[in-house]
Design a protein around this ligand. Structure first.
Ligand code: CMC
Length: 378
């Protein structure tokens, strides 16, 4: 076998054949099963888009209703999972709480019937239905409150905001949140999806697949960046401070969160949509001074590093949208996970269809034939 050139971060190395989504990083195009993201954001709903990704085609009216119905009636958490979550330290990060809770589902549904379409469907429904409930329940419990029960007469996005804020959301906020879920649901072979596929390739259960992906999504170079964007905007504090702040960081070769992407060399199409959603929210619910700072950051970054292809990514404006909806900063990444679980499950299914366990190689650069030194001589 010929040895390939080593590529740190596997840059440019295909890890799978996939028909789920496609990115053109030069033109700024993202498609799910061939449909442009802009069209889905305008015309679809999160559950319809999730169905498209997982089952490969848009559902008929009856199929969509059946899927929505199943999700609606599986939203409640088992009381033992709720009790387990009550024991989590409230100072813990909600992503860690989510990873542990998603993995715990595997304790209750440990049968691995991976060739049975009913098992696959049940797992998809259970994970998509309960993950939003887990995120909201942990938030309420760490505030010292009992979790709010899901409401069957609210749709997916509205129900999550209701469980989180303990009141029915404004319809515009709920629709915008649903669009945010569409924008975050899938994005080709990113780190967490790769992690999901590696775990899936061992033929373990889907709860372990999702738990491993949640753990991977949490890092600041991946889903965790949107939290850090808000912290950065707060640190900058004023429009006048943008230029000196960025110049100082860029000179020190520090990364500016919410900018840059392995694949996009232009502004991420999702960032454009999120920016317009933020503007709609500000128009209805009041202005956010950090938006002006964010726009100035975008202008100065284009001037300084635009020629290197570093532009806003999905995380740059999503935090401002979530903040306006009253979502706490450290829930931004769990909210990303609520959406992305459907993408991970689409990849789980695709991996199972033509599975070969991931077992890459390495280039060994250590020693050979070393003799053991007894402890007293070290
Ligand atoms: N700020 C300043 N410089 C940057 C940035 C940035 N955000 N991103 C890349 N660069 C520079 C980097 O310093 C390097 O410069 P040089 O060639 O002079 O050494 C060059 O661009 C290439 O950077 P890289 O880190 O090798 O690129 P990568 O493809 O490995 O990294 C990335 C992609 C997303 C990890 C990186 O752009 C980054 O760390 N961005 C900040 C974190 C962030 O916003 N992450 C969210 C990513 S999108 C959503 C998701 O995947 O979850």
């Amino acid at each position: 076998m010929t040895l390939c050139e080593y590529k740190p971060g596997l840059e440019g190395i295909p890890a799978a054949q996939s028909s789920i989504s496609h990115v053109d990083g030069q033109k700024g195009i993202l498609e799910y099963r061939g449909i442009r993201i802009e069209e889905l954001a305008e015309k679809s709903t999160f559950l319809e888009t999730a169905y498209l990704l997982i089952w490969g085609q848009l559902p008929s009216k009856e199929e969509l209703e059946a899927f929505e119905h199943e999700i609606r009636y599986h939203r409640r958490l088992k009381y033992r999972i709720r009790d387990m979550m009550k024991c989590f330290p409230e100072s813990g990060h909600p992503m860690d709480a989510l990873q542990a809770s998603a993995a715990a589902l595997g304790l209750f549904y440990s049968r691995r019937d991976l060739h049975n379409p009913v098992y696959i469907r049940d797992a998809v429904v259970r994970l998509m239905a309960t993950i939003p409930t887990m995120v909201a329940a942990f938030e309420l419990m760490r505030r010292g409150n009992d979790p709010v029960k899901p409401r069957d007469n609210l749709d997916y996005a509205a129900n999550f905001l209701y469980m989180l804020n303990e009141k029915e959301p404004d319809p515009l906020a709920a629709r915008i949140f649903d669009i945010c879920l569409i924008l975050h649901v899938e994005h080709t072979m990113n780190a967490s999806t790769f992690s999901a596929r590696v775990t899936a390739s061992t033929l373990t259960d889907p709860y372990a697949v999702v738990a491993s992906a949640v753990g991977t999504l949490g890092g600041p170079l991946h889903g965790g960046a949107n939290e850090e964007v808000i912290q950065m905007l707060e640190e900058i504090g004023t429009v006048d401070n943008v230029r000196p702040y960025l110049e100082d960081r860029l000179q020190r070769k520090a990364k500016i969160m919410g900018f840059g992407h392995r694949v996009y060399k232009v502004k991420d199409p999702r960032a454009n949509i999120l920016q317009s959603l933020a503007e709609q929210l500000f128009e209805k619910f009041g202005y956010d001074k950090y938006y002006e700072i964010a726009q100035e950051v975008e202008r100065v970054m284009a001037e300084k590093v635009g020629s290197k292809g570093i532009y806003p990514n999905v995380d740059f404006y999503s935090g401002l949208v979530y903040r306006k909806m009253g979502i706490p900063t450290d829930l931004f990444t769990p909210v990303f996970a609520i959406a992305r679980v459907a993408g991970w499950l689409a990849h789980w299914k695709e991996q199972l269809a033509e599975n070969r366990i991931f077992r890459p190689t390495q280039i060994y650069n250590g020693l050979h034939e070393v003799t053991y030194t007894p402890i007293e001589k070290r």
